[in-house]
Design a binder for this molecule. Structure first.
Ligand code: GLC
Length: 429
C-alpha cells in the first residue's frame, strides 16, 4: 500500500495504524515493505514508542520479539531475520549461526544500533493504562536490557572513557551521514561492485563497498571485542548513539524498582556517559570523535543536538545547542525541520538520506528534548511541522527540508508510528 494520509487527525491516525498493520510480519514490524523486509532494532524501538498509547500489547510484542535476536554476550543485533526475504546484507553475510553466542532460532546481523530499547520500554510503561500488564512487561524485558547495556560497557568502550564506540556507519542509525566520510575515506579502496542497477544510487562513490568490507572484517574476526579495540579500522564515538544510551540508562534507573533491581548502577552509567560526552565530544556543538585519529569530525549533523535528551545537560550547552538548532545553519533556513546535515556545509545534499533531508525520528527526539528543557514553543513547532510533512507527502522515509517533498521509501514504519505519538499529544490536555 502507499498510504496517502488525510488532513483530518483521526483519519491520519487510522492511516498510520494501517501502515503498521501492513508492515507487521507476524513477529515484529518491518521498517518498510520491499526495501527493509526484516526487523531493525532502532526502528522497532520507535515503533514501540509510537504504539505505546495506540496499542500497548503490540508495543510489548515488538520489543520482546526483537530480543529473540539477542546474543549471549548481551548484544542486541541491528537486524533480526525472523522472516525469509531478499535483502542485502542478509544472513549469509553475517553468518551469526556460526557463532556460539548467537541465537539458534533466528539469524541476525553482527552489528548494533543506538540502544533506544530501554527508553522505549520506559515510554511504553509510563503511558500504560493497564499497570499490571505493563509491570509484567518490564519485569520480562529488564534483564535483557541490563545485559544489552553491560555489553556496551564491556565490549564497546573502545576509547576507555565511558562512551560506546560504533564500529560501522550502519551502527549509527544515520548510515550515510557525511560525518562518516572521513573515517570511510581512510579505508583502503575496495570494489565489490555492490551498487546494483535496480537500486537507486544512495551513496557517494564506493562507500557501499567499504560498508561491506568493514562488516566482513569484523565478521571474520569472529565478532571479537579485542579485535575491535586493537585492529578494526573504523571506531567512532558518536554523540547520538551515546545520548540515546544515556537516556536509556536513566530509563533503566526508573524501571529498576519494578524489576526488583538496584537503580544505582544505571545512574552511575548515565553520569559516566554525561561526563564523557562533554569532555570528549563537545566543541561548541557535539561532534563525533574518530578514535583512529583521536580527532573530532567537524561535521555538524542533527545528531549534534541529541545530547539535549539529557535533562541534566549543562545549561550553557543547552543554550548553545538550541541557538544553533534554530539558526540558519539548521531549522532557521529550512522550511521543514530538522535537516540531517548543516545546510551551509558543502556536504549538505537536500535529497540524499542522512546527508540533508529531515527525518521524523530525529524530529521526534528533539521535540522530546525541547520539552525537557522548558521549550514548549519549540516542541510545538517540531510537532506541527512533522505532522505537516506526513500530511503532505505521506509516511515517507525522509523529506526534503526546503519544500517537504517525500524521499526514500513509502509507508515507512517509524514515520507512521511516531505520527501516532504526536497525534496522541495533540488531543491530550
Ligand atoms: C537505514 C537507516 C537506519 C534504519 C534502517 C531501516 O539504514 O539509516 O537508521 O534503521 O534504514 O529503516
Amino acid at each position: 500500500m502507499d498510504a496517502r494520509p488525510a488532513v483530518d487527525d483521526a483519519a491520519l491516525g487510522r492511516e498510520a495504524l494501517a501502515v503498521l498493520d501492513a508492515n507487521w510480519t507476524g513477529t515484529g514490524t518491518m521498517p518498510a515493505p520491499g526495501l527493509y523486509p526484516h526487523q531493525w532494532s532502532l526502528d522497532s524501538a520507535f515503533v514501540a514508542i509510537g504504539l505505546a498509547r495506540a496499542d500497548p500489547g503490540r508495543a510489548h510484542a515488538e520489543l520482546i520479539s526483537l530480543f529473540d535476536g539477542q546474543w549471549r554476550t548481551g548484544m542486541v543485533p541491528h537486524v533480526v531475520y525472523h522472516t525469509e526475504g531478499g535483502y542485502f546484507p542478509g544472513p549469509s553475510l553475517w553468518r551469526s549461526r556460526d557463532r556460539p553466542a548467537a541465537p539458534r532460532r533466528v539469524a541476525t546481523s553482527g552489528l548494533v544500533q543506538p540502544p533506544l530499547e530501554a527508553f522505549a520500554a520506559w515510554w511504553v510503561w509510563r503511558h500504560a493504562t493497564d499497570s499490571g500488564s505493563a509491570a509484567a512487561f518490564v519485569r520480562h524485558v529488564y534483564p535483557m536490557l541490563a545485559a544489552q547495556h553491560r555489553y556496551l560497557e564491556t565490549a564497546r568502550d573502545l576509547g576507555g572513557a565511558g562512551l560506546a564506540a560504533i564500529v560501522h556507519p550502519w551502527e549509527s542509525g544515520m548510515d550515510d551521514s557525511p560525518a562518516w566520510d572521513e573515517p570511510l575515506g581512510a579505508l583502503p579502496a575496495v570494489r565489490y561492485g555492490y551498487l546494483r542497477d535496480d537500486l537507486p544510487a544512495r551513496h557517494p562513490d564506493n562507500h557501499h563497498d567499504r560498508y561491506v568490507w568493514l562488516a566482513l572484517r569484523y565478521r571474520d574476526s569472529g565478532y571479537d571485542p579485542s579485535y575491535l579495540r586493537h585492529d578494526h579500522p573504523f571506531a567512532v564515538e558518536d554523540p547520538m548513539f551515546n545520548a540515546i544510551w544515556l537516556a536509556s540508562c536513566e530509563a533503566m534507573a526508573e524501571l529498576a524498582p519494578l524489576a526488583g533491581a538496584d537503580p544505582r548502577p544505571q545512574l552511575e552509567a548515565a553520569e559516566r556517559i554525561r561526563h564523557a560526552l562533554a569532555a570528549r565530544l563537545w566543541d561548541g556543538l557535539y561532534f563525533a570523535r574518530d578514535l583512529r585519529t583521536d580527532k573530532l569530525i567537524p561535521v555538524a549533523t542533527v545528531g549534534s543536538f541529541t545530547p539535549l535528551l539529557d535533562p541534566r545537560l549543562a545549561p550553557e550547552h543547552v543554550g548553545a545547542l538550541l541557538t544553533t538548532l534554530e539558526s540558519g545553519r539548521f531549522m532557521g533556513a529550512a522550511g521543514y525541520p530538522v535537516p540531517s546535515c548543516e545546510i551551509r556545509s558543502p556536504r549538505f545534499d537536500r535529497s540524499n538520506y542522512w546527508r540533508g533531508p529531515s527525518w521524523v525520528n530525529t524530529n521526534w527526539l528533539l521535540r522530546h528534548a525541547a520539552g525537557l528543557h522548558g521549550r514548549p514553543e519549540l516542541a510545538r513547532v517540531l510537532s506541527a511541522c512533522t505532522l505537516r510533512l506526513v500530511r503532505q507527502a505521506g509516511f515517507r522515509e525522509c523529506f526534503d527540508p526546503f519544500d517537504g517533498t517525500g524521499r526514500g521509501c513509502r509507508d515507512f514504519s517509524w514515520s507512521a508510528a511516531l505520527t501516532l505519538d504526536l497525534l496522541a499529544d495533540n488531543v491530550e490536555p
